[in-house]
Design a protein around this ligand. Structure first.
Ligand code: CA
Length: 228
């Protein structure tokens, strides 16, 4: 059973999240103070599988708790809760190594979905390195059919995954639309080649939802590539 620490000083929210987590058969522990939460995690880093961390907290704020955890090399998955429209908090949270964030008020289903995704993410120790392709902060596990950007899972369809995989396996090489069509759609595809452009757009927007970087470059008149 996964054990989740909920760090939130508003008792009603903390209680609500705790009950929902228990209902989903997680073990849930709540804490209303940043400094105390930091100590709980540092004391036994094996104890919790994930932390839901509010930013506005007494003791230490959530960003500071996160910064200190990461500085100590504690890589426990963290979902930050940010106030509505606080873009700065989101950016600093992700910069400091938060795995995901949710804006308050949030739907509990949304939180549960993010928790499931993070707990499902492959951990370094049970992953076969030969199945892993990396580029900057993109990590693709071809065996588990799983992609993360900056440790945040990205949900790609089969075709989108195939396109990204082709580009990642050929870093710095320009692939033409025809080459991408053959690799991803197969030789027997007789539709328009602009289907590649459409799917490249989907992949880009999904990657850019997580990170603002431009990973896939368009080489005009030729095709697409990843890498210099
Ligand atoms: Ca709070």
């Amino acid at each position: 059973m996964s054990k989740i620490l909920v760090v939130e000083d508003e008792p009603q929210i903390a209680r609500f999240v705790e009950l929902e987590l228990k209902h989903e058969e997680y073990e849930a522990v709540t804490c209303g103070d940043g400094r105390q939460a930091l100590e709980m995690i540092q004391k036994d880093t094996e104890e919790f599988d994930l932390v839901v961390l509010d930013i506005m907290l007494p003791g230490l704020n959530g960003l500071e708790v996160l910064r200190r955890l990461r500085k100590d090399g504690i890589n426990i998955p963290v979902i930050m809760l940010t106030a509505r429209d606080s873009v700065m908090d989101k950016v600093s949270g992700l910069d400091m190594g938060a795995n995901d964030y949710l804006t308050k008020p949030f739907a509990i289903e949304e939180l549960l979905a993010r928790i499931r995704a993070l707990l499902r993410a492959p951990k370094a120790e049970n992953t076969n390195e030969s199945d892993i392709i990396r580029y900057e902060d993109i990590v693709m596990d071809t065996a588990k059919h799983f992609v993360t950007v900056n440790d945040v899972p990205v949900d790609l369809t089969l075709k989108e995954f195939g396109l990204l995989q082709s580009l990642l396996e050929n870093q710095s090489i320009v692939l033409t639309r025809e080459q991408l069509l053959e690799r991803v759609w197969g030789y027997d595809y007789f539709g328009e080649t602009n289907v590649v452009d459409v799917y490249i757009r989907y992949v880009r927007s999904k990657l850019e939802e997580v990170s603002n970087r431009k990973y896939i470059q368009t080489v005009r008149g030729v095709g697409y590539k990843i890498g210099k």
